[in-house]
Structure formats: C-alpha cells, structure tokens
Design a protein around this ligand. Structure first.
Ligand code: NAD
Length: 496
C-alpha cells in the first residue's frame, strides 16, 4: 500500500459539509498507476476528526432538511441527470479509471455504461416506492386503515473496493440517493480517483452538497469512526472477507444495518457436450478478464473428464492464455492490464508457491511478466494449474489474480460436479456450460450461489439482484432488493 506522507494533496479531495477541503491531519497518500508504478497524484488522507465532521454534517442534513421527506419521484430526476453526465464525461472518466486501476480503456467504458444504466434503473424503480402498500383482509377491521410506507434509513456509510471503483460505489449511491439518504463515501485508498470525479458530476447534477460527503483515506484512518459511530444508521461495504467480518463486528454495538458484499471462489462447470472452441473460450474469459481481479471471476474450472475433452480444453486454454496481450490499458490492442499494486503482485506470487507445494501442476504463467516493456508495472502472467483438488488452498481461497485451477469429474457424474461447485465457503457466482438444457436447469437449482450463468459467464443487469450465499456476503445490490437495503418500512395503522 502506498505510504502516507506529511504533505497536503495538490487539490483538496475530501468533501465535508458541502465544501472541498484538505484533511485536518495535513497528510496525503499517493495514488499509483499500476502500469508503470508512477505516482498519478496525491489524495488527502482523512482521519477520525474529518470522519466525525462528515458524520455530523450528514446527520444534521438528514434530520433538518426536507431531503428525506420528499418523494422518491422528486429525487429521481437527479439520478437521470447523473446518468446523462456520466455519458457526457465518459471519455475523461474512462481514462481516469484506467490510469488508476490498470484495466483496459474498453473495460472502463463498459463500467461507465453499466453505471449509467444503474442510475437510470433506480430513477424508475424509486418512483414505485412512493406508493404505500395498503393492507386489507383477514385481521384488519373495517374501522382501520393499515398501510406500509417506505422511507430513507438515514446516514449511510458506503465503502468500496479497488477493482471496480466506479461501478461498486454507484451500485450503492444510486439506490441510497433515490431513497433520500445522506451518504458518506469512502473509496478504496488504492483507486480513489474516479469516485472523486463522480462526486463532481453528482454536485453538477444538483444533488444537495450535504447529501454526499467524501473521505479519501485508508480503512484504518476512518473505518473505526465510520462503522461504530452512533449517528451512522447503515454501513454498506464491498471488499474482502476479513474486512467484512471486522465491519460486521463494528456495526454490532450500535445495531447498524450492515450490508457486506465480499469475495468469491467461483466454479465454472463445463460438460463435454459443449463444442471445444466454445468451452475453451468460456473457461478463458471467465477467469482472465481484468487480470482475474473480479469478485465473480470463474477461477475454478470443473470439467467433465470424457475422452480427450478435458485435456483438449485445458490445452486450448493454456495456448490462448499465453497469447493474451498484456499492456497499457490506454493502448488499443491491450487485452489485460496489470495487477493493481505491488502488494497485490506479491500476493499473487505467494499463491503460486502455495499451489506448487500442494502438488498442483503449473501449466503456464505463475510469475511476473518478463517483457521489458512491462517491467515497471505489476504484470502477472495468466496462469493455469492442473491436477487440482478440493483440499488445496489454491482451490478454496480467493486469489483475485489471473490464476485458473482445474478440477475434473468422471464422465456423466453430475452429482460430483454439483458437489464440487458447492464445495466452497463462498457462494457468489457459478457457471454451468452444457448443451443439455434439462441438466443445466437441474444443476442451476442446486447450486448455492447468488448468480448462476448458463452457457455464458459474467453477465449482469441492474434489474436483477446481485450478491452471494455463504461467505460472499449478507445482502443484495441491484434489483429492487438493492433499493430495499436503503429503505425503512413503516407501518401506519390508523382508526378511521
Ligand atoms: P478490502 O477489504 O481490503 O478493502 C475494501 C474497502 O474497505 C477499502 O475502501 C478499504 O479502505 C476499506 N477498509 C479496510 N479496512 C477497513 C475498516 N477497518 N473499516 C472500514 N473500511 C475499511 O478489499 P479490496 O482489496 O479493496 O477489494 C477486493 C475484495 O473485494 C475481493 O475480496 C473481492 O472479491 C471483493 N469484491 C466483492 C464484490 C461483490 O460484489 N461481492 C465486488 C467487488 C469486489
């Protein structure tokens, strides 16, 4: 992680009580371009005092303004305006995201299109929440009116990870804002730049300045204040398992609503009735997109061992993995960027040693890229481990890197395929690739994963819920459930 320095950022990057401001500590932290390890800029490192000010401002605004008591419909146009501004500023924003994360410009542009759709979706969805649910029927006397209304939860702390900085924060902000909450946004210290840019767009769109505060900082600098403070009503967190657990514990004392979206170790089950070229493509793209730094990455290939099928697929994946063009995400032709940081590169290398020591067979990759053009950055070669089994750490732990493990099941042994696919503490996403539609449905019903892709991998829509079973989290984002996370229900029971 980049070191904190005792100098101010060139421009203030905290937004507290309606103003851009420097941290009261006077400290900042560099944000690094993972392509060449150069410093892009410095951002303010907020501290507990800054977090306290942001919470006080958000609380006051929530309790004294009409922001939360207005209709959902009155706030919906703000979301539409944000969507418009995202598109208008797409080129610049995509460049910022690519420089900060290392992902390709094409991937950054897709993220911007996706979040535009998220703001548009919640602008529509929010309006439905103005209509109270009228309760009638058994147990409700004629003398009574009973209705359930929806309102904001209050002050919400939104904490995002580094892999999809813009996307993940928008999944939280769009529903939180349409519901009339006040938001304190804490982007990852590793990739804060697109969130700062987004903040400016939201202000331009007309979101009341006190409805959104931004604290750029490491988790330890502001996390304890944000997640234990009695004036915070909700914490929505996306990130790693260990941090998620500690946030759940922090929220417990003041019984905050706490939604955590965590990691995954996602199986991609392929049967031998899938044409070879499609099977290779499906296995490859599921895991190597964004250099494997995707929570729903298909990092576990579970393949039917029938004839030469499994060997042929694995050989095809290895061949194609070695042809993936690594490079500067800003350049046309680059297929994969670097890992996000030096620390993450070291973590990936560590997993290779673990895999080898566990007896997995390394077929390709397994090290930092040696191409001199990439030597300054944090590039890691696409890696395939064969002969893996369920007892291995490399199979069970999230590597968050371009590392594919291969497990095989006996021809026709559907039960074993299901068992292996569910053999994880996580449960975020799974793929099932087969030409047999009945089998696909049968298996999909039994998979303990929040998303199941049949004959595809990785697609999502803002209209459907996203989240995980088990250790992948305790809530849902997107869809109507994603809005319910930011809404309180109130039952009004009245004698006529
Ligand atoms: P992380 O847990 O290290 O950090 C996530 C965020 O939490 C950062 O903003 C960090 O500063 C903050 N944080 C750290 N300690 C904190 C504390 N004590 N209190 C409050 N905030 C604190 O995760 P990461 O490395 O940034 O992200 C990678 C992880 O995110 C992976 O495990 C990935 O699977 C997961 N992820 C999940 C989803 C999903 O939809 N389920 C999506 C994207 C990423």
């Amino acid at each position: 992680m980049a070191a904190i320095t005792n100098t101010k950022a060139p421009k203030p990057t905290l937004f507290i009580d309606g103003q851009w401001t420097h941290s009261s500590s006077g400290q900042s932290r560099p944000t690094i371009n993972p392509f060449d390890a150069s410093i892009i800029t410095h951002v303010d490192e907020a501290n507990a005092q800054d977090a306290e000010r942001a919470i006080q401002s958000a609380r006051k605004f929530q309790d004294t303004s009409d922001w939360s008591s207005r209709t959902f419909a009155s706030r919906a146009p703000l979301l539409k305006k944000i969507a418009e501004l995202l598109q208008k500023n797409k080129a610049e924003l995509a460049k910022i995201e690519t420089i900060d994360t290392g992902k390709t410009i094409g991937e950054s542009e897709i993220d911007i299109d996706d979040v535009t759709a998220v703001f548009e979706f919640y602008a529509e969805e929010g309006i439905k929440y103005d209509k109270p649910k009228v309760i009638t029927g058994k147990g409700i006397p004629d003398t009574v009116t009973s209705q359930v209304t929806k309102e904001a939860v209050g002050v919400c702390v939104l904490i995002s990870p580094w892999n999809y900085p813009l996307l993940q924060i928008c999944w939280k902000l769009a529903p939180a804002l349409v519901a009339g909450n006040s938001c304190i946004v804490k982007p990852s210290e590793v990739t804060p730049l697109s969130t700062i840019y987004l903040h400016k767009l939201m202000l331009e769109a007309g979101v009341p300045p006190q409805a959104i505060q931004i604290l750029t900082a490491g988790g330890q600098s502001v996390g304890p204040t944000l997640t234990t403070h009695p004036s915070v009503d909700l914490v929505s967190f996306t990130g790693g398992l260990a941090t998620g657990r500690s946030i759940i514990r922090s929220c417990a004392e003041t019984v905050k609503r706490c939604c955590v979206e965590l990691g995954g170790k996602n199986p991609n089950v392929i049967f031998s009735d899938v044409p070879l070229d499609i099977a290779i493509d499906m296995a490859l793209t599921a895991v190597f997109v964004h250099s494997g730094q995707v929570c729903s990455s298909g990092a576990r290939l579970i393949i039917e061992d029938k004839g030469s099928f499994a060997n042929d697929v694995v050989a095809g994946v290895v061949e194609r993995a070695q042809q993936i063009v690594l490079g500067n995400g800003l350049e046309q032709g680059t297929e994969c960027g670097p890992l996000v940081s030096a620390a993450h590169l070291e973590k990936a290398k560590g997993f290779i040693e673990v895999g080898k020591s566990e007896g997995a067979k390394l077929l390709c990759g397994g090290k930092q890229a040696e191409d001199p053009k990439l030597s300054k950055g944090y590039f890691f070669l696409p890696t395939v481990f064969d002969q893996c089994d369920r007892s291995m750490k490399i199979v069970q732990e999230e590597t968050f890197a371009p590392i594919l493990t291969v497990e095989r099941f006996k021809a026709g042994d559907e039960e074993r395929a299901i068992f292996l696919a569910n053999d994880t503490n996580y449960g975020l996403a799974a793929g099932i690739q087969t030409a047999d539609k009945d089998r696909s449905l049968r298996i999909a019903k039994r998979l303990r994963h929040g998303t199941v892709w049949q004959n595809t991998f990785g697609a999502y829509t803002p209209r459907a819920e996203w989240g995980g079973f088990g250790w992948s989290g305790n809530g849902r984002e997107l869809g109507s459930h994603g809005l319910d996370e930011y809404v309180e229900s109130k039952h009004i029971y009245a004698e006529k």
